[in-house]
Each structure stands twice: as C-alpha cells, then as structure tokens.
Design a binder for this molecule. Sequence first.
Ligand code: G1P
Length: 298
Amino acid sequence: MSTQKVRKAVIPAAGLGTRFLPATKAIPKEMLPIVDVPTVQYIIEEAVASGIEEILIITNSNKHCMENHFDKDYELEARLSESGKTAQVKLINDIANLANIYYVRQKEPKGLGHAVLCAKSFIGNEPFAVLLGDDVVINKGGQPALQQLINAYDKHHASVVGVQTVAEDQVSKYGIVAPNRNVPADGRAVKLDNMVEKPKQEEAPSRMAVLGRYVLTPEIFDLLESQGAGAGGEIQLTDAICRLIDTQAVYAYDFEGIRYDVGDKFGFIKATIDFALERPDLRDQVADYLKEIAEKMK
Ligand code: G1P
C-alpha cells in the first residue's frame, strides 16, 4: 500500500472548446475570464492551495497564450513599474510564481483518458491529481475540493473521484459512480463497485456524478494504455478507472463546495455573476444592476 504524498497534478486543457465558438477560435477556452481571471488560473490556484507542487497542463497547438499567462513578462512588468503601477506588477508576478508548471501536447484529440495518458512520464510512479478546467469549485471558508480528495486519499491509500449529486435528467452528461452497497460509507467517502461514462438516464447506477476532480494511483496508466474507445468514440478516463476497481479499491468523495460548469454557457454566466458579487470592488454595482433587471422583469 502506497503512502506517498500527492504532489503532482495534471490539468487536461487540449479540448477544442466547440461549445464556446466563436470566442474559442483563437483563444483557448481555459483563458476565458470569469470577471478578470482566466478559468484555468482558478483551477491552478485550487491545486496550489491543496498542496500541489508540480503541475502538468496537457495542451494542443492552439494554446500558446496559456503558457504566456503563467510566464514572466519582463516588458509588461517594466512598463507597469515605470508608470508606478506597483499593485499590477505584483498581480502579474504572483501569477508567474504560482507553481512549477509544465506543458505537454496531446497530438490528437482522442479523449480525456488519452490526455491523462500523456502525463505518464511526468507522473512516474506516484499518486497524482487530475483537475478538469470546465469544473470550477468554490468552497468558501472551507477546504478546496482537491484538498478534500487528497485527505480521503491519505486516509484510504486508494484512488478517489470527486462527486456530487446531480438532477436525474443530467446524469447522461457525466461519469456516474455505483457505490458498493455492502461497504458502509466513511463520512463523505464511499467505496465503488463500478463507474459508467455518460449513461442513459434509465441505466444510471446512481445520481452521483464525477465533477472534474480525481486523485489516482499510477496503475491507471497501464490501464489507459490498453483502453479502447468508449462513449463518444473517445478513450475515456472513466472506463480505465472502472477497470482499476477490479484490482484496487476506488472511492468516491462527495466534496463540499459550489461547482460551476464553466464549459456550459449558462454555467459560465452564473459563475461570472456569483464571482462578481464576491468582489468588494464590484459587489454593490452588480447587485444594484441585478435588482434593477429583476424589477423590470416583474
Ligand atoms: C468529463 C468526464 C466525465 C465527468 C465530466 C465532469 O466529461 O469524462 O466523466 O463527469 O468531465 O465535468 P466531459 O464534460 O469532458 O464530456
């Protein structure tokens, strides 16, 4: 049983962003800002706040500006310094100093499982986290979602997928877990029997959906290597985790926090409004405007 610490994370960011065209024609969807921070930065901040030291982003040829965002920008820094904008200098430097970030390209869009497999040599033989950029999770006043999963990993020494309950008519959008009914839940953690990627509503084993946070043991890589195409003709991470359950315990952890599906237009709008309402510099203005709209709609 491995007792290694979870130090590394993988962020798959090689998707085409088709749901956000035309915005994503030239800009990666991970760089679309919620208020003024790109979505991928929230994901990286969560990883860092959860104790992650090294991050590998899986990209494609269209994602250069993400690398620039997390790099130093000496020219911008010099110009801001010359005009006395010290707060902004700190802001852009803090981004460059967030974590050790590495990049590798997924050469063909063959699915999430294939994207994670691109991290094999970076991860080596240790447990690691996966965070999906479409799922931004805020747990105000509590531990970040990933930290909660890492705690569960430290306790059970087994892979953990982050879940929350979704509405019945939403199950076909997600990986859905089947808890082992013979093993009592340990707080928010349940041992799994099975997992299904995007099941039909009538075939879903539960309403507990995997929402973009995983801690996995490195044995997943051998399984991904031999994993055939699944739902949507893609190599699915869910299918490989499902096979992992045959040889190792895998848990689902019902994490605390509000999860925004920022890969969906309405989810993105909700995140923008909620995040703006949390910002001292915008809260009052935005709240007044929302009240004004609500009044007009009566
Ligand atoms: C992916 C995973 C799915 C998971 C979902 C969470 O699906 O394959 O298991 O439930 O992310 O957002 P996608 O949304 O990329 O189709």
